[in-house]
Design a protein around this ligand. Structure first.
Ligand code: GTP
Ligand code: SPV
Ligand code: MN
Length: 589
């Protein structure tokens, strides 16, 4: 029996059942007994491997198909009635044409399989800012991941009542055929369709599909932001906590920054960092005129490689129980997991991410570069006491950043809000393994939202500019780059926990507690104003990290103009941004 009488839900599910023709339909309640039974079923079919329950209680391992290891941006569509609404940076198809294509792929796709109905909430169930979704899927892996990443519960159906206000999601694994793989959003229909994939970002529909693409569309209409941002709080020795949100592209350091452990010199003084979120922020203007942020998720879907006891001990600790590992190395000696960068002792009796016998001395990577862990947020040793606060936390600084070998200095501050929007709009970063395609190619990725904006990005920029008028107490806007390389191709800045030193400057600036130098690109720290106590780095190196290479900035201007010219087609780029670009060019001389 369906646990709801909501006709909008029941009629929609009936239609999808007729289309996909599952053998049976199972409603997910979110209760542990049911999830445990599903885990056991997945162990019996090989969909999941149960790991060593003494060392990793509640943990399991999953391998995706080898052609299905990352988001597929070229197969991700925004299907609005007109192409202009989707804009020049999104793939678009006319909705009825796309529905016809999808229906052919969904037709009978669940024959012989079970359809799971997952009611879930993005945000605290019952809170004014929560939004609800129902995902239909034929994958137990999806059910178990959604139960970690979102708030899955029958209570969602109670909170929804007989309202039509929920996001519909249909996922079918079908044949995992990469040539018929589609991740499609119909913002006007509150609908997401995913077919022929079993990889995280393509199939956990609450995450990028709902909480960013659909939510960004809703946010523009309703006057708020859905952003690809981590949220963290820094507690000073007096016990005061200041919060910031930061947008970096995929696999560029959000999870690491969100739960960093401050360097010893800070810990001794009593500084602490609290993690509110590591990937997605929903931001609204509060009654006090400040910007308030909630993390709509309930877990971390984090990059495994590079995570270790030194780089991110809090992430590692979060994964020691109740975690699903995807595409990592399976250590057969003790039935645990391993990935590149975990430690210097790769297992010799092991299977690689493809499930083949693996020889660590072969030079071939054992874990996929985009292998991930799905871990409950509450298991993070530094999860914020405000994590479940439906009001969220007040944001004092917004930070943009990317992976730039040159050009971008360690940190700079925008002159004002509109200049800050400009700084976000010109973000660029080297591509990573988080999306299918070439790695290490510099591309413009405004606000780290290029793959995640659910409407015309020109209108998105305008929304950012307009919000500036609505936020009375605006956060200051900054840009950071942890990834500058020296002539030998080594990172100059130590990064990770030491990024705290840069955050300290950012927060001091946000509260007008420190001076800065005015440069062509924005306000910059005096080299001696970044605390390098206890760090093996010279003042000269700091000067290098904070230098502005005028020639490469001038080259960049050309590239920015080219990127901006994409928006000529529908003429949606705000004049404010063109003015900002001209002003920057002038200042560079
Ligand atoms: P998504 O989950 O894909 O959105 O990524 P993310 O932004 O959360 O990235 P994450 O924190 O998982 O970092 C990805 C990669 O960047 C890992 O390989 C890290 O080791 C590396 N990384 C993170 N922070 C730093 C840093 O401060 N310096 C350097 N050099 N590398 C870093
Ligand atoms: C990203 O790619 O930015 C991620 C992982 O956070 S995924 O959920 O696959 O999008
Ligand atoms: Mn992400």
């Amino acid at each position: 029996m369906a646990p709801t009488k909501n006709r909008y839900v029941l009629d929609w599910i009936d239609e999808q059942v007729k289309l996909t023709q599952p053998d049976k339909v199972v409603w997910i309640t979110g209760e542990e007994d049911q999830l445990d039974a599903l885990r056991k079923e997945a162990f019996s079919t090989g969909e999941l491997f149960e790991l060593n329950q003494d060392l990793l209680p509640g943990c399991s391992l999953h391998r995706t198909a080898i052609n299905d290891v990352a988001r597929v941006e070229d197969r991700t569509f925004i299907c609005t009635p007109t192409r202009e609404e989707a804009g020049p940076t999104n793939n678009w198809m006319e909705p009825s044409e796309m529905y016809a294509k999808l229906n052919a792929l969904y037709d009978g796709a669940m024959k012989g399989r079970t359809m799971y109905v997952i009611p879930y909430s993005m945000g605290v169930i019952g809170s004014p800012f929560a939004k609800y979704g129902i995902e239909l899927t034929d994958s137990i892996y999806v059910v178990l991941n959604m139960a970690i990443m979102t708030r899955v519960s029958s209570k969602v159906l109670d909170a929804l009542g007989d309202s039509p206000d929920y996001i519909k999601g249909l996922h079918a694994k079908a044949d995992i055929d990469e040539n018929n793989r589609y991740i499609v959003h119909f913002p006007q229909d509150n609908t997401i369709c995913s077919v022929n994939s079993g990889y995280g970002g393509n199939v956990l529909l609450g995450k990028k599909c709902f909480a960013l693409r659909i939510a960004s569309y809703l946010g523009r209409n309703e006057g708020w932001f859905a952003e690809h941002m981590l949220i963290l709080g820094i507690e000073n020795p007096q016990g005061e906590v200041r919060y910031l949100a930061a947008a970096f592209p995929s696999a560029c350091g959000k999870t690491n920054l969100a739960m960093l452990i401050p360097p010893e010199v800070y810990r001794e003084k009593g500084y602490k960092v609290w993690c509110v979120g590591d990937d997605i922020a929903w931001l609204r203007v509060g009654e006090d005129g400040r910007l308030w942020a909630v993390n709509p998720e309930n877990g971390f879907f984090g990059v495994a490689p590079g995570t270790n006891e030194k780089s991110n001990p809090n992430a590692l600790a979060s994964t020691r129980a109740n975690t699903i590992f995807t595409n990592v190395v399976h250590n057969l000696d003790d039935n645990t997991v391993w990935w590149e960068g975990l430690d210097d002792n790769p297992p010799t009796n092991a299977l690689d991410w493809k499930g083949n016998k693996w020889d660590p001395s072969s030079g071939v990577k054992g874990a996929h570069p985009n292998s991930r862990f799905t871990a409950p947020a509450e298991q993070c040793p530094v999860i914020s006491s405000e994590f479940n606060n439906p009001q969220g936390v007040p944001i004092s600084a917004l930070v943009f950043g990317g992976r730039r070998a040159k050009t971008a200095p360690l940190v700079y501050q925008s002159f004002d809000w509109n200049h800050g929007v400009f700084v976000g709009s010109i973000m660029a970063s080297e591509t990573t393994a988080a999306a299918a395609g070439a790695v290490g190619v510099v591309r413009r990725d405004p606000m780290a939202m290029l793959p995640f904006c659910g409407y015309n990005m020109g209108d998105y920029f305008a929304h950012w500019i307009n919000m500036g008028d609505k936020i009375e107490n605006k956060p200051k806007i900054f840009n950071v780059n942890w990834f500058r390389l020296d002539d030998n191709g080594k990172f100059i800045w130590p990064g990770f926990g030491d990024n705290m030193r840069v955050l300290e400057w950012i927060l001091k600036r946000s509260f007008d507690e420190i001076d800065a130098e005015e440069t062509a690109i924005g306000y910059m720290p005096k080299p001696e104003d970044i605390n390098i106590e206890g760090l093996d780095i010279s003042l000269d190196t700091m000067k290098e990290l904070l230098s502005v290479d005028v020639e490469s900035w001038k080259e960049d201007i050309e590239n920015i103009r080219e990127f901006y010219s994409k928006f000529d087609e529908f003429d949606t780029l705000p004049q404010e941004l063109r003015d900002q670009l001209d002003a920057l060019e002038k200042r560079l001389g």
